[in-house]
Design a protein around this ligand. Sequence first.
Ligand SMILES: [Zn+2]
Ligand SMILES: [Zn+2]
Length: 320
Amino acid sequence: MTIRKLSLVLIAGLLVALPLAHHALFVSDSLPSAPELAIDWARVRTLAGPVNESPAAIRTDVVARGAFFGWMICAGCSWGEVPMEFRTYQLVYANGRTVVIDAVHDAERHAAMPMMADYDQPAFMRQTEALRRADRILLTHEHWDHASGLLAVLDDPAVRERIWLPAPQRDSAAMREAGLAAERLAGLPATGETAMQAVAPGVVVIPMPGHTPGSQVVYVRRADGTELLFLGDIVWNARNLRERRGKSRLVGWLAGEDPPALRDQIAYFADLGKGSGRSRSSWHFVVAHDPEQNARLVAGGVLVEGLELAAQRPLLPNEL
Ligand SMILES: [Zn+2]
Ligand SMILES: [Zn+2]
């Protein structure tokens, strides 16, 4: 074969291969039509305990903002930038007790990471204060943007005894990458075997490895019966659930996820959100990085903007 012919064959090959590679890496998501994941919600609700002892309010603050490209968020989505936000959440009980879910990274880490925008230092200080006052601290997962805010309180013995980290989170390479060395986590309270369990009234953790080994969905039922699922980073945007779309294959590899597990989870929660038959789903999905989804939950009264930092005391009804 002459050089010229060989070149033509190579070019023809590339013309065929490039669209295929583009499709495989950025467009194809192939979510299962019948996900294997099954969650016994009756058991979750039983574990959550009496409804009237559940949190009265679920509060939140944005600590930082940034963006992802559309193709990173969902397969076949745009190449343009999609806004992201980084939030901490605080469950507030009628007796003034609180549980904090997720501890957003500090300003130094923010400055070092790509695709980041503004950072709210006063919000980080409020998060640190909320962590100090919390009766229990949980993480949806061990990535730096959900975990490394713990560094601000990790040396305080009174706070340490309220940090609840299951073994898959403590032992994860992502936790090391978040700056939480194994020695610094040694001696934290034991959490028992890794299994679905209640961690506070109205709050049940459901192990969900996939995005990271220590990922867990946090079920929260409010005292008025409203049910929320904190999905961590199973999806970065609620669009995946609305449109039943997976993440792109490339980002799954880059993020070090377990793509088959994650595809199954996304399909499961997308279906759960749609409801069955004529009954509309009443689930509220908390997708921490999705500004529109968080705004919807705030507008609907499911979340309340601003952490509660009053002294621990029974809250008055008009404060909830
Ligand atoms: Zn995240
Ligand atoms: Zn993550």
